[in-house]
Design a protein around this ligand. Structure first.
Ligand code: SAH
Length: 278
């Protein structure tokens, strides 16, 4: 695959680390900068969420290092991953740190970047399409829609201890967030949903859970806040999954495109007027 002409594609200098987002899964959602990086890197340090079809675009002689959870074993400590990047760069290699989605969105890219800077290793950052936006789009759910929301909240359902994040002000989120998009929320979904409802959120609010978004086996579960965790269990939903809480989920009835589900609902929000007049 050749990169388009007329652009000075950056040269990957030895001793540099590039922190690159690979998008949510579909290889077509890679950026051209990510492709440029894959074609030059000597070593690629990647997560479990990076699709094998993407890794297949590495140089044939590039070394692939896996840094993530495998088979239920604990993941390498963040410090060890960051220091591995430093060490590889110091050996004069072109080090590609490839992460699912966007490296700076719940991806610890900030922490890894800080360690690199601390050790004087030069870096470049290539953003990626984050699962909380791109993954929803593949389910036919727009992150924003003028008839629904003028804001959106992204949150993680885990904190560093693995618990439902204690640092979050759930009352404020329930009151102030028009649409809530949750990463890593399956484990505590039950608790999170109850917390939101206790803080005044409508138990009937539409929820979509999108697993393996953008991949051939993407699965979308549409449910309601009060029964989301139970429905997810019944459907056997497994991570990785994005959970979207809000009325934008209803737009899927009109906009779902990946599975070609018919018939379409031309007024999923029940506004009783054509979209052009809004
Ligand atoms: N940096 C990534 C997020 C990493 S955290 C990004 O920007 O997308 C890992 C979490 O991301 C998963 O637990 C899940 O909530 C979400 N995620 C990543 N890829 C996904 C996919 N293809 N489908 C659904 N959720 C995904």
């Amino acid at each position: 695959m050749t990169l388009p002409d007329g652009v000075d594609w950056p040269e990957f200098q030895p001793g540099w680390v590039w922190l690159v987002g690979a998008g949510p899964g579909d290889p077509g959602l890679l950026t051209l900068h990510a492709v440029n990086a894959l074609r030059q890197a000597d070593v690629i340090v990647h997560d479990a969420l990076v699709d094998p079809r993407i890794l297949a675009w590495a140089r044939p002689d590039a070394e692939l290092l896996f840094a993530g959870k495998r088979g239920g074993k604990p993941s390498p400590r963040q410090k060890d991953i960051s220091l591995t990047l430093v060490e590889l760069a110091r050996r004069g290699l072109r080090v590609l740190r490839l992460k699912g989605g966007d490296p700076f969105v719940f991806g610890r890219g900030g922490e890894e970047g800080q360690t690199l800077v601390q050790h004087g290793v030069p870096l470049r950052v290539v953003p990626g399409i984050t699962a909380g936006i791109g993954g929803l789009a593949y389910a036919g759910i727009p992150a924003t829609h003028r008839d629904v929301n003028q804001s959106i909240t992204f949150l993680t359902g885990h904190d560093q201890t693995g618990e439902a994040p204690g640092a979050l002000d759930w009352d404020a989120i329930a009151r102030g967030s028009q649409v809530i998009v949750m990463y890593m929320a399956m484990k505590h979904l039950d608790r999170i949903a109850r917390r939101l409802i206790a803080a005044g959120r409508d138990p009937d609010e539409p929820v979509a859970i999108v697993t393996r978004a953008t991949l051939p086996d993407q699965f979308v579960l549409e449910t309601r806040l009060a029964r989301a965790a139970e429905d997810a269990r019944a459907a056997g939903v497994e991570p990785p999954a994005i959970v979207c809480v809000g009325r934008v989920v209803l737009l899927r009835q009109a906009l779902e495109w990946a599975e070609g589900v018919a018939p379409r609902n031309l007024d999923p929000l029940g506004l009783g007027r054509p979209v052009e007049e809004r």
